[in-house]
Ligand binder design. Structure first.
Ligand SMILES: *Cc1c(COP(=O)(O)O)cnc(C)c1O
Length: 375
């Protein structure tokens, strides 16, 4: 069994993908081809925002978002303590200081109450200027933007949505990648919408930020690439990747997002009576980057993972360390303890999930877990 079956997806879409890639080859416009422009327009429309700027990966998308708002030295950037490293790595890379905030035990997303406490604490301490929030839509479910947007506005903070795992998700009628001032997503192959290599995109309704992102992504260009008005980076989505993504977006919109939700619902129906299954808030729709259960403790997780492995069922631990436990952040001052994040890092386990998973595959995983728990 595959954790995320990209081969099966390719077999399903092979004719269209091969044709799209061969077209790019024969046209020879490998950077910034018309497929990139068309994809950006389509993605912006899909999400419901004015601007989409594609780039080389999701990490750069966060980086470019921070650069567009001039986040840097002396700034505090509030980040959930339980996420992929890049969410806090990029704030640190621009010279800002990540302030780790504990997460909600059910959704694993940043806890709005703790967020506000952290902002007030940083203000009182007076060493850093509260400047931005990077809210992460972990495992495919949007963070609590009703609360977080209000907090950002109240404290005049820039709100960046790290939507690397949530493309396709929504809260009511609002789509992931449309929250806050600016949003970053990733097209890493195993993300909800993935390409065949690295890729990413920035989304915003802010004309000025969009213009700056386009500039920073191409060496701080002014009127053209050889007119350089600021220090930037080189971060673009290859035309081949854009061509692949446009085929994949068709499938994603037509049935993949629907199918993965069907698989997730089936898992939850079968598992909820004996293990802590993911909690999706009312009115939220997840894009299921991961299906993550919570075990009782680290040793139970180890045992469950071992049993699954003997049946050749892959499972993953996202994430084995909370951010403040990472060596790279050992010198970053921790304003508040993050017991929930610490606990999650010991108890979470992500199970195989993808849009092409069959009911039989789900049954196999469920029965192994059930046998283990009933033993
Ligand atoms: C994957 C991921 C990123 C980084 O995306 P890349 O395309 O791998 O650079 C950032 N944040 C989160 C939460 C992610 O899951």
């Amino acid at each position: 069994m595959q954790f995320r079956d990209l081969k099966k997806q390719y077999q399903t879409l092979k004719t269209e993908i091969d044709e799209a890639v061969l077209t790019v080859m024969s046209e020879g416009s490998f950077i910034s081809g018309h497929q990139v422009v068309a994809l950006e327009e389509r993605l912006a429309r899909h999400v419901g925002v004015k601007h989409c700027i594609t780039c080389a990966n999701g990490t750069d998308a966060i980086w470019l978002s921070l650069m567009a708002y001039g986040v840097g030295d002396g700034d505090a950037v509030f980040v959930p303590d339980f996420t992929f490293f890049a969410s806090a790595e990029m704030p640190a890379a621009v010279g800002a200081t990540p302030v780790f905030v504990d997460v909600d035990a059910d959704t694993c997303n940043i806890d709005p109450e703790r967020l506000e406490q952290a902002i007030l604490r940083v203000k009182r301490t007076g060493k850093l200027r509260p400047r931005a929030i990077v809210a992460v839509d972990l495992f495919g479910q949007c963070a609590d933007y009703n609360e977080i947007e209000a907090i950002a506005e109240k404290h005049s903070l820039i709100l960046i949505e790290d939507a690397a795992q949530s493309f396709g998700a929504c809260i009511g009628a609002r789509r992931a990648c449309s929250f806050g001032d600016i949003a970053a997503t990733s097209f890493f192959p195993s993300k909800p919408l993935g390409c065949y290599g690295d890729g990413g995109a920035v989304f915003t309704n802010d004309d000025r930020a969009a213009r700056l992102v386009r500039s920073y992504a191409v060496h701080g260009m002014g009127d053209n690439k050889y007119d350089n008005v600021r220090i930037g980076i080189n971060s673009r989505l290859d035309t081949i990747q854009a061509a692949i993504l446009s085929v994949k977006l068709d499938a994603f919109e037509k049935y993949e997002l629907f199918n993965i939700n069907r698989v997730a619902d089936l898992y939850t129906d079968c598992l909820k009576n004996f293990v802590k299954t993911p909690s999706i808030k009312k009115g939220y729709y997840s894009s299921w980057a991961q299906y993550t259960i919570q075990l009782k403790n680290e040793s139970q997780r180890f045992n469950v993972q071992s049993v699954l492995k003997t049946k050749e069922i892959p499972s993953m631990v996202y994430y084995p360390k909370s951010l403040h436990q990472q060596k790279a952040f050992e010198t970053v001052f921790l304003y508040d303890k993050c017991p929930v994040a610490d606990r999650l890092s010991q108890t979470v386990l992500s199970l195989p999930i993808h849009p092409y998973m069959t009911d039989e595959d789900v049954d196999t995983v469920v029965s192994v877990l059930q046998d283990y728990v009933n033993k």
